[in-house]
Write a protein that binds this ligand. Structure first.
Ligand code: ASP
Length: 449
């Protein structure tokens, strides 16, 4: 059995939805289909999810969301008419979104999540109706009916373990099940969404729950590429990747597949295949547990901005038992996750995401570190980028650091930090954020040209 998830650009218009349905019906194993909300039809278009957020904001603001609502209903009406569906389905969708707009506004996050989820929910109804209209046995299944329960963290939910047992039954449903991505229900019955782009997570949960043979993730590119195609002309396509490699690349900016979406399939060892709705015969990129062919040390180069470093030093730090624990405890108490923590003998760098480390938090945390840990020196550097080279083959290849740092040195890029994770699947370079793109190009030229 295959679970196939289709992203926003695959559902952006009637003609795209027809391609999706051709793909679904051309392979009988594709019995569970997860859909996103309609995405952008072109660069300047607006995603339905963003239109729904605008509706929610208008509803919460002056209470009048007529214009925003008309725009969303217009998108669905255009798609429905392009699919040759009658107006009844548009009425159902309009009524559904209106009811969400009129719902209780006392908790803003809950209200916004309820509206955001309307994109996927109504797209699933539309796709099921179209499949039926062309003679297929298909039906929309609601995450509530199926038992997809999530933590009650609005906009940032996580799956609750009992969902897997509940969702198992989907494998016994006849015909094609069309399931909306991106949201589920809290145990108290509220709609809760995953982080943005979270339909990938829904697909992965369903694939794990029904023990699928394959999780297909249809998007608008033929492959995952070894570097960002906006920076490098025709970057090398990646045919096979391990879960570990994909996780590292997503962490540092590869956005083809949501970074949280690998966990459910990883635990079951289910392969994931990224494919292109606009070119479905292309082989795509397959993500597997172990790669058989490791001919090159590096598979991909990624980079992301928005990091900051706290440097601290204290003479004889290495002798002070409990220093690390106390330091991390301060971060824990201030609710700041840390990303990396490379260290020397008497000094440590803590790397954080800048959006967690506001100026206010900085003041408080720096004062606490100075008072409680009596450090000799502490400084904070903002606006940094992490650039990563990733590949299982790096483990058994001598000289990768020399090649990478040489390539960066030739571009006169100063390294604020180098770190190689213990798994040796990736190497991270901390640099100034304005040098990120140049660094990626330099590393790409070193390893792929
Ligand atoms: N529609 C949601 C978003 O735009 C979720 C998704 O597409 O996966 O973030």
């Amino acid at each position: 059995m295959i679970v196939a998830k289709f992203g926003g650009t695959s559902l952006a218009s009637a003609s795209q939805i027809k391609k999706v349905c051709d793909i679904i019906t051309s392979e009988p194993a594709r019995r569970i289909v997860v859909v996103s909300a309609p995405g952008k039809r072109d660069r300047d278009d607006i995603k339905v999810t963003d239109m729904l957020i605008a509706c929610a904001e208008a509803g919460l603001g002056n209470g009048n969301a007529d214009e925003e609502l008309d725009a969303v209903i217009g998108r669905y009406a255009e798609i429905a008419s392009g699919l040759g569906l009658d107006n009844d389905i548009v009425d159902v969708i309009a009524e559904d979104i209106r009811a969400r707009l009129d719902s209780d506004k006392s908790d803003k996050e809950r209200y916004v999540d309820n509206l955001k989820a309307a994109g996927e929910d109504n797209t699933a109804k539309l796709v099921a109706a179209y499949l039926q209209s062309i003679g297929h046995d298909a039906r929309y299944v609601s995450p509530k009916e199926a038992g997809l329960f999530l933590s009650d963290e609005f906009g940032n939910a996580q799956v609750l373990p009992q969902s897997y047992e509940n969702l198992k039954k989907l494998s016994t449903y006849p015909g094609i099940t069309v399931f909306p991505g991106f949201f589920g229900y809290s145990l108290s019955g509220e709609v809760v969404t995953f982080p943005r782009g979270g339909s990938d997570i829904t697909g992965s949960i369903l694939a794990a729950a029904v023990d699928a043979d394959l999780y297909e993730n249809f998007t608008d590119v033929d492959n995952v590429y070894s570097a960002n195609p906006n920076l490098i002309d025709n970057p090398r396509p990646i045919i096979e990747l391990t879960y570990r490699e994909m996780r590292e690349l997503s962490y540092a900016g590869f956005s083809v597949f949501h970074e949280e979406a690998l966990v459910p399939v990883y635990e079951k060892g289910i392969p994931v295949r990224i494919k292109n709705t606009n070119n479905p015969t292309a082989p795509g990129t397959t993500i597997v547990k172990e790669r058989h062919c490791i001919s090159e040390p590096v598979v991909g180069i990624a980079g992301d901005t928005g990091f900051c470093f706290i440097y601290l030093s204290k003479y004889l730090m290495n002798r002070e038992i409990g220093f690390g624990r106390k330091l991390l405890q301060i971060l824990e108490e201030e609710h700041i996750p840390f990303e990396h923590m490379p260290s020397g003998i008497d000094n440590i760098t803590i790397i954080l995401k800048q959006h967690h480390f506001t100026e206010e938090k900085e003041k408080k945390i720096v004062n606490r570190i100075v008072d409680e840990l009596e450090v000799d020196d502490i400084s904070v550097q903002r606006n940094l980028a992490l650039v990563m080279i990733v590949g299982e083959g790096m483990r058994n290849t001598v000289g990768i650091t020399a090649r990478a740092s040489g390539a960066l040195a030739r571009q006169n890029i100063n390294l604020d930090m180098i770190s190689q994770g213990p798994s040796e699947v990736s190497m991270i370079f901390g640099i100034k954020d304005y040098e990120k793109d140049r660094a990626i190009i330099a590393l790409y030229n070193e390893f792929f040209k």
